[in-house]
Ligand binder design. Structure first.
Ligand SMILES: Nc1ncnc2c1ncn2[C@@H]1O[C@H](COP(=O)(O)OP(=O)(O)OP(=O)(O)O)[C@@H](O)[C@H]1O
Ligand SMILES: [Mg+2]
Length: 378
């Protein structure tokens, strides 16, 4: 089989640069001449805007399939990856026979965020007017997860093959908006959709910015959580990058502290006050509501020419455990037994006033009491 050794990266129809495989399977990147003059750095810490051939370090091979994090963000995670593998099998291609660049080419223009990869090998599917029964989709997702087989593989791949995260998902259009609908993972209880929805309402009530969320009714569980995509606004693709990608960090391991996150927000957003507050509030919310899976892929930045770098709305806020019983992202070095004092110290260290942090913490502590039933019964 012919495999790709080079691939072009586009943003809004403009050539950002070219990816090429090195002999040891790392994927080098160079910005195009035009982009160097008129574009922006797509990953400011590791890909500054200059005329260089950038080669990711050796750790990228395990971490990001040999890619810089910003391109690995375009590849699906475990759920979308399973679908992509099954799709490839259905067209008689073995996972082992294709390169990372091939996988990006299969994502083509359908990846999360705004980057597109050409020449694309994307399947040409028509997603409009497809009738969706969410209970059927949930059942098919379950089949695929447990028996690794589904009659509806084509549909699942069409709708979710490029999605991030562990849980099954579909990307849909409804009411002129683009949504992600999430389905339970094998280990999730029946209430998980309802719970994530309640968490989102509570987070918004605490002043945390999230996109519109909703709950799709179901006859087999307490409903499916849905959220409007912040990387698709009125048909335009918005550039996004996860914290994991920016830091070239392994999102599977607990490697970061909220202190780093707050610093990153200050540096990238030029100390934008509302983004800093959003980060502080999200940290308090996660600690107070037992959202321990607060890994580096559960936070992102957006970039637009008009607003520059801004913190993305919060997402994946729900009850979650880690097997080691601590937050994945620590607070001043602590993964558990985190106190109000610990949280406030980080906020003050990031330049917020002690009185703001105190008030904000108390408000979130009071408002998140409504989530208590989930904390005791989960
Ligand atoms: N509202 C949104 N707009 C755009 N992208 C989103 C949105 N919500 C989530 N995402 C992207 O989809 C990915 C998966 O979503 P999410 O984290 O909610 O799923 P998950 O399967 O529960 O994740 P995890 O593996 O962390 O448990 C996120 O990492 C993020 O990149
Ligand atoms: Mg997530």
């Amino acid at each position: 089989m012919e495999t790709d050794k080079k691939l072009d990266v586009y943003y809004h129809g403009r050539l950002v640069g070219t990816l090429a495989e090195t002999p040891d399977k790392r994927i080098a990147f160079q910005y195009s001449t035009e982009w160097q003059k008129t574009g922006f750095s797509i990953s400011p810490f590791s890909l500054p805007l200059r005329n260089d051939v950038f080669i990711p370090n050796e750790r990228s091979i395990d971490r990001f399939d040999g890619l810089f994090g910003v391109f690995a963000d375009s590849l699906p995670d475990s759920w979308g990856g399973l679908l992509l593998d099954r799709y490839l099998q259905s067209i008689e291609i073995n996972r082992g026979d294709i390169t990372t660049l091939d996988r990006l080419a299969y994502i083509g223009k359908s990846g999360m965020g705004a980057l597109e990869y050409l020449p694309s090998k994307e399947a040409d599917y028509d997603l409009d007017n497809i009738g969706l029964d969410y209970d059927v989709i949930a059942k098919e997702c379950e089949n695929l997860m447990s028996a690794r087989y589904s009659d509806q593989l084509d549909m699942l791949y069409k709708l979710g093959g490029s999605s991030g995260g562990t849980r099954p998902k579909v990307n849909i259009k409804e009411d002129n908006k683009e949504w992600i609908v999430k389905f339970p993972a094998k280990t999730d209880p029946d209430i998980s959709g309802r719970r994530e929805y309640d968490y989102s309402l509570c987070a918004k009530d605490c002043g945390i910015v999230m996109t519109e969320t909703g709950l799709i009714p179901s006859s087999v569980c307490a409903g499916y959580f849905k959220t409007v995509r912040f990387d698709r606004v009125q048909g335009e693709k918005i550039f996004t990058i996860t914290f994991a990608a920016l830091l070239e960090a392994d999102f599977r391991s607990p490697c970061c502290d909220y202190e780093t996150y707050l610093k990153m927000v200050r540096v990238l957003t030029k100390d934008n006050d509302s983004d800093k507050k959003q980060m502080f509030k999200t940290m308090c919310f996660n600690v107070l509501t037992h959202n321990r899976d607060d890994h580096t892929k559960n936070f992102s930045f957006l970039y637009t020419d008009m607003n520059g770098w801004r913190l993305a709305p919060a997402y994946d806020l729900t009850y979650s455990d880690t097997y080691w019983g601590e937050q994945t992202t620590s607070v001043g070095g602590k993964g558990k037994d985190i106190t109000k004092k610990d949280l406030i110290k980080l906020g003050v260290g990031a330049g917020l006033s002690a009185s703001y942090c105190e008030e904000c913490y108390l408000e979130i502590a009071e408002k998140t009491v409504m989530l208590k039933p989930y904390l005791t019964n989960s």
